[in-house]
Design a protein around this ligand. Structure first.
Ligand SMILES: Nc1nc2c(ncn2[C@@H]2O[C@H](COP(=O)(O)OP(=O)(O)OP(=O)(O)O)[C@@H](O)[C@H]2O)c(=O)[nH]1
Length: 838
């Protein structure tokens, strides 16, 4: 081996890093220095490689034999000779025929046996005392004509695969060309030129010198005078097909090769710079130099890689899981860490904040907030009876309480019964809210424990304990809410501050009205009451209604702002109530309400909700109108206004025709028929107002108290459980060492990570040492095709170069290549030309 010991030590390190990265599928992350062997079909690529190894081990045959890239790492060892495949780790192949069969089988495994190709490399390491440390990649030969089942674009595919390797700036290109073909048409040189136009990383290899026509030789080419390359050409004579078939030993062949160069008149002068042994040495030297050139960028990439792995590796090391003697306390400590992480994540997801805020959807605390304040109020309203249904229920209740008598007074019991029925409807939406929060909490837990999936037993146990506890909390919370409903049902508090029933004047008014209902004489109101004057009249309702007959444009409907008092109806231009259109006293006024299809509406026509006010004795109602037709925006609005008019003493008037309408086709009385009695209608209305008022209070209480119960009995309890009780419960559930059993994936990942980490560290250490200690040879000067002066020899070992060559090389190099971005350039201590390249 050459004296550049520090540098050569780098090659195995680079190989080790390469292996580590290939194994974890990261070979594309760091481009490690390599030599790719490129050439046309049957140019002699495999022969060159075999010569470098000194053994027959590559598949032979017709057509494309190399169909997957073969990364061949040659490692010098003092004793033994064997090969190892990365895909069959740990198996030593001492029989090189077996290696050949394994390459063939592995090629077929990926490509099938029908001559297809694949760019997934096969990694083979050869250990031998007869090799120099080198990494070579054998690539499929460039072919033009598809054979067998090969796809028509085979040339394109192979080209793509070769390019994938040789276009990387860290790759040296060994361009193999047979001497018995035209150099100008060399596929290898053409491809190399595409990716390396300056020839900085291309080395020419000329094979089959022995097969040249008699009287011709490749002296000019080898002297770098024809198509000169910056790194020159090396001539080799490999074994012929007949030699291979005759099992000619490679060592014998190499001796014959040397004899060939020494004895050939055209090559005798360059015999020291030709042949397989020289090629091997040059490649080793150049790969070493090349590695050195890419060291700075390799170093920074490795450093980045190392930093990204550091925290995890540190964690493993802290826990005594980085190999070596097992630390007994590691697993319990690790378990504690995992539980702490779950606790922290759960807290963060519920309380918000933290580093991992989800920007795609609501989750955790935010989702629970939405359930409490948006969904739950909606669910509470869903269970609500519409006004019509409510009236119906109250009507039946009143009638059933009165029995055969017609009651004069509104029965309290009807109010209580209706309210209780309504309170009961609050239970299902509350339970739905509990169930939704429980689901969300479970999802939060799942997300938190997903991070410990590498410890499947621990994950399952935490899931089991926490989900079990969540179920307990949910059951307890449901019981509490059921209790809450029962509490509400146990006492209907009509003394509640917010209940209109007994405290508000509206109630007094209503009660008085109820008692007065039907008595015309007592309905006499002070008709002189007008806004602005002192008045005892009370406001009942305000709102928009449209009407067709009060505006200037008769026939068209227009919206006005209506204000209903206990004794009058006024309407204004808008809600500012400045521009009053009319003030109508409502003494003796009756109403009719109905739903009708809009004229011309057809199937999809608008339904209109109409209330008509009029005097039953056909008096003018206002101005020249006998009636006022009002349109509400929907059914609920109409029901509201109808109820309000009733409160103001405007009752429904039923004509004979209307009465006929009160029977269904099967002659059953319609619900409306129950209200033929205006007194009953009035009582229903009063109770409905009370029920609505009371239910508003209960709903408000539920809206407030249900979320509080859920927070207290579920969310907070879960937090406390995870924080305080989970750890002891886990200890109770099993031995930490068993719970902390890793998944197979995790074990593999850890081993790979640690392996890669160590490989990166070793590589970095070696890089620092070699950069400090070693020297390098300069890159040969650029050559021009019209340059017929002899280019520097491919032997780049400066110590062996003639003085004049060295000086020439140095000055050329300095002129042509200004120092690139390569730091740590050795100074004084290095060889005379050290630093010329860097
Ligand atoms: N006489 C002689 N024959 C050679 C020389 N180099 C290669 N051959 C023969 O040429 C044929 C092809 O050589 P290989 O080494 O298989 O060529 P290859 O480039 O690897 O071929 P593919 O992988 O199929 O593209 C074999 O029969 C070799 O024996 C040489 O220098 N002299």
């Amino acid at each position: 081996m050459s004296g550049n010991v520090g540098m050569e030590a780098l090659i195995p390190i680079v190989n080790k890093v390469q292996d580590a990265f290939t194994q974890v599928g990261m070979n594309s992350v760091i481009d490690l220095p390599q030599i790719a062997v490129v050439g046309g079909q049957s140019a002699g690529k495999s022969s060159v490689l075999e010569n470098c190894v000194g053994k027959d081990f590559l598949p032979r045959g017709s057509g494309i034999v190399t169909r997957r890239p073969l990364i061949l790492q040659l490692n010098y060892v003092e004793k033994g000779e064997w090969g190892e495949f990365l895909h069959a780790k740990g198996k030593k192949f001492t029989d090189f025929d077996e290696i050949r069969r394994e390459i063939e089988a592995e090629t077929d495994r990926m490509t099938g046996s029908n001559k297809g190709i694949s760019d997934i490399p096969i990694n083979l390491r050869v250990f031998s005392p007869h090799v120099l440390n080198l990494t070579l990649i054998d690539l499929p030969g460039i072919t033009k004509v598809p054979i067998g089942d090969q796809p028509p674009d085979i040339e394109f595919q192979i080209r793509g695969m070769i390019m994938q390797f040789i276009s990387k700036p860290s790759c040296l290109i060994l361009a193999v060309t047979p001497a018995n073909s035209d150099l100008a048409n060399s596929d290898a040189l053409k491809l190399a030129k595409e990716v390396d136009p300056e020839g900085i990383r291309t080395i020419g290899v000329l094979t089959k010198l022995d097969l040249m026509d008699d009287g011709t030789d490749a002296k000019e080419i080898l002297d770098n005078k024809v198509l000169p390359l910056r790194r020159g050409y090396i001539g080799v004579v490999n074994r012929s097909q007949r030699d291979i078939e005759g099992k000619k030993d490679i060592k014998q062949a190499q001796a014959a090769e040397r004899k060939y160069f020494l004895s050939h008149p055209a090559y005798r002068h360059l015999a020291e710079r030709a042949g397989t042994a020289f090629l091997q040495k040059t490649l080793n030297q150049q790969l070493t130099n090349h590695i050195r050139e890419v060291l700075p960028s390799l170093r920074s990439k490795l450093e980045q890689q190392l930093t990204s792995m550091e925290s995890e590796v540190k964690e493993f090391k802290n826990l005594g899981m980085s190999g070596g003697r097992e630390d007994k306390s590691a697993k319990p400590r690790m378990m504690m860490q995992m539980v702490n992480r779950v606790t922290h994540d759960f807290e963060e997801m519920i309380e918000g904040g933290g580093n991992h805020v989800d920007t795609t959807s609501l989750s955790g605390g935010a989702k629970i907030n939405t359930i409490f304040h948006f969904r739950f109020p909606g669910y509470l309203n869903e269970g609500r009876l519409d006004e019509k249904e409510l009236r119906k229920e109250i009507g039946f209740a009143i009638r059933n309480i009165h029995g055969v008598r017609s009651g004069l007074f509104t029965p309290d019991a009807a109010f209580e019964m209706t309210v209780k029925r309504q309170i009961e409807t609050l239970a299902p939406p509350s339970m739905k809210c509990i169930q939704q929060v429980s689901t969300e909490l479970h999802e939060v837990i799942m997300k938190c424990i997903d991070k410990i999936k590498n410890y499947p037993r621990l994950q399952a146990e935490i899931d089991n304990l926490v989900s079990g506890y969540l179920r307990e909390c949910e059951t307890h919370c449901r019981e509490q809410i059921q209790q809450l409903v029962e509490v509400e049902l146990s006492y209907i508090n009509t003394n509640h501050d917010d209940f209109i029933g007994f405290n508000s004047t509206a109630k007094d008014e209503s009660v008085k009205d109820v008692q007065n209902a039907g008595s015309e004489s007592q309905q006499q109101k002070d008709v002189s009451k007008q806004p602005g004057r002192e008045s005892k009249s009370k406001l009942i309702k305000k709102g928009w209604l449209s009407t067709t007959n009060v505006g200037l444009t008769k026939g068209l409907s227009r919206e006005y702002w209506f204000v209903l008092y206990t004794d009058a109806l006024a309407w204004f231009k808008d809600e500012s109530e400045r521009d009053q259109k009319y003030y109508l006293t409502i003494d003796g006024v009756k109403m009719k309400s109905s739903e009708e299809e809009e004229e011309g509406g057809g199937l999809f026509g608008h339904r209109k909700f109409k209330i008509q006010l009029f005097h039953p004795n056909a008096r003018y109602l206002f101005r020249e109108y006998r009636e006022l037709t009002l349109y509400a925006k929907d059914e609920d609005d109409m029901e509201d206004w109808r109820a309000s008019f009733l409160r103001a003493g405007i009752y429904t008037h039923r004509s004979q025709m209307d009465m006929e309408d009160l029977e269904d086709e099967d002659h059953k009385p319609k619900f409306e028929r129950l209200f033929e009695d205006p007194q009953l209608e009035r009582q229903v209305e009063v109770i409905r107002t009370y029920v609505n008022s009371y239910m508003a209070i209960v709903r408000k209480t539920f809206k407030d108290i249900v979320p509080k119960h859920i927070m207290c009995l579920m969310v907070n309890k879960m937090k406390v459980f995870i924080e305080i009780e989970l750890m002891p419960s886990l200890y109770g559930a099993g031995n930490p060492a068993e719970l902390m059993e890793e998944s197979e994936d995790e074990v593999r990942r850890r081993q790979e990570l640690l392996g890669m980490y160590d490989a990166c560290k070793d590589a970095l250490k070696t890089i620092s040492e070699v950069t400090a200690k070693t020297s390098s040879t300069p890159l040969p000067a650029p050559v021009h095709s019209n340059n017929h002066h002899s280019a520097p020899s491919p032997n780049m070992n400066a110590s062996r170069m003639p003085k004049s060559d060295s000086a020439h090389s140095l000055s050329q190099s300095q002129r042509s290549r200004p120092p690139p971005d390569l730091p740590n350039r050795p100074t004084g201590r290095s060889a005379p030309n050290a630093g010329a390249t860097f």
